[in-house]
Write a protein that binds this ligand. Structure first.
Ligand code: NAD
Length: 340
């Protein structure tokens, strides 16, 4: 069993912890919390051991939260740490992981230099095998890479142009919210997403622009990919529907936008209504010569969870890409093909 601990139990951390508990080859040592807040209580209710910084045990006990030990003790009991702390904190934590001799998976809010490899299961799983520090790229980059590397099964993708419509805030956000504006974010282009994709696909010619929209549910991408060989629309539909973690949404289901997709996640009975698949609007797919265009929605809170699970297996050299995709997707109930 791979012993996994999660540092930072927020949006990503809680989902990764739940996913780890569903893996037959992994055991969750526990999660680290800095504050005895409602999320800590959620972990306790789920039976997850809580580890805290030295000296803060009493504050947790006072709040009625039993503490399993210090963060240092958690590290000594784990093979791999998933660091899901806020942007930039992972980098500060890295020396702690180094001295504890544990491997670590960082998130996309960290600079690429925090790790040896920036990671996407479908694009470069093998590069992460046996590494000590791996960074799972952001939600937008993860979904761009899934689509690009799936299209690569048809012909080399030489150029990508994409517009990213980003949700304004997380659904749980209390300090900022959707404003009544479409906000270039940033106006200076390309946006950082292109650079992030290139941390994995170094030679790809990619240009991205991004805008924030007043919604909290999901992102939406509009993408043009230019393939070396001409392809038909049927080829593209076949490639995407045959790819893991991509779902085609057919028009006859009446799914008109991200609010409906969010409802689909809840109707499926998924915890928190999560939707870790890239949801492609099937009608949006077009192909002409080597040019392919499509639109898809991305549930930012859950899309990186399967990649985190795969990254754990990769650093432990515990599975091939095919094996980890099969295990992760079957345990998490991840769909592929057409939504039906
Ligand atoms: P979050 O704020 O929801 O959760 C972070 C958690 O870490 C909070 O519970 C916070 O209390 C805790 N924390 C803060 N400082 C800590 C410390 N020093 N030690 C331990 N815990 C600490 O953040 P999030 O949205 O889960 O983001 C985590 C990472 O995942 C970031 O790099 C982010 O860019 C990335 N990411 C986020 C999303 C998303 O949509 N939320 C998607 C993909 C990637």
């Amino acid at each position: 069993m791979i012993r996994v601990a999660v540092n930072g139990y927020g949006t990503i951390g809680k989902r990764v912890a739940d996913a780890v508990r569903l893996q037959p080859d992994m055991a969750l040592v526990g999660v680290a919390k800095t504050r005895p807040n409602f999320e800590a209580l959620g972990a306790v209710r789920s039976g997850i051991p809580i580890y805290v910084p030295e000296g803060s045990e009493e504050a947790f006990e006072r709040a009625g939260i039993r503490v399993a030990g210090t963060v240092k003790e958690m590290l000594s009991r784990a093979d791999v740490i998933v660091d899901a702390t806020p942007d930039g904190v992972g980098e500060k934590n890295r020396p702690m992981y180094e001295s504890a001799g544990v491997k670590a998976i960082f998130q996309g809010g960290e600079e690429p230099e925090v790790a040896e490899v920036s990671f996407s299961t479908l694009c470069n799983y093998e590069e992460a095998l046996g590494r000590r520090f791996v960074r799972v790229v952001s939600c937008n980059t993860t979904s761009l890479l899934r689509v690009i590397c799936s299209l690569s099964s048809l012909s080399k993708v030489e150029r990508v142009r994409a517009v990213i419509v980003r949700r304004a805030a997380e659904t749980k956000e209390v300090k900022r919210g959707p404003i009544n504006s479409l906000l270039p974010n940033p106006a200076r282009s390309p946006s950082h997403h292109a650079r992030d994709v290139k941390t994995v696909l170094r030679d790809l010619d990619i240009f991205t622009m991004a805008v924030v929209a007043p919604t909290t549910l999901m992102h939406m991408h509009f993408i043009y990919a230019y393939l070396r060989e001409p392809v038909t629309r049927e080829d593209v539909v076949r490639a995407l529907s045959g790819s893991p973690r991509i779902v085609l949404v057919p028009p006859e289901l009446g799914v008109e936008g991200t609010a409906h997709l969010f409802e689909v996640g809840r109707d499926l009975g998924r915890k928190r209504g999560d939707m870790p698949e890239v949801m492609v609007f099937e009608e949006s797919i077009n192909a002409s010569g080597g040019e392919v265009s499509l639109m898809y929605a991305v549930h930012q809170e859950s899309v990186v969870v399967p990649e985190n699970v795969d990254a754990i297996r990769a650093v432990m050299s515990a599975a091939s890409r095919e094996e980890t995709v099969r295990l992760t997707d079957s345990t998490l109930g991840i769909m592929r093909g057409r939504l039906a």
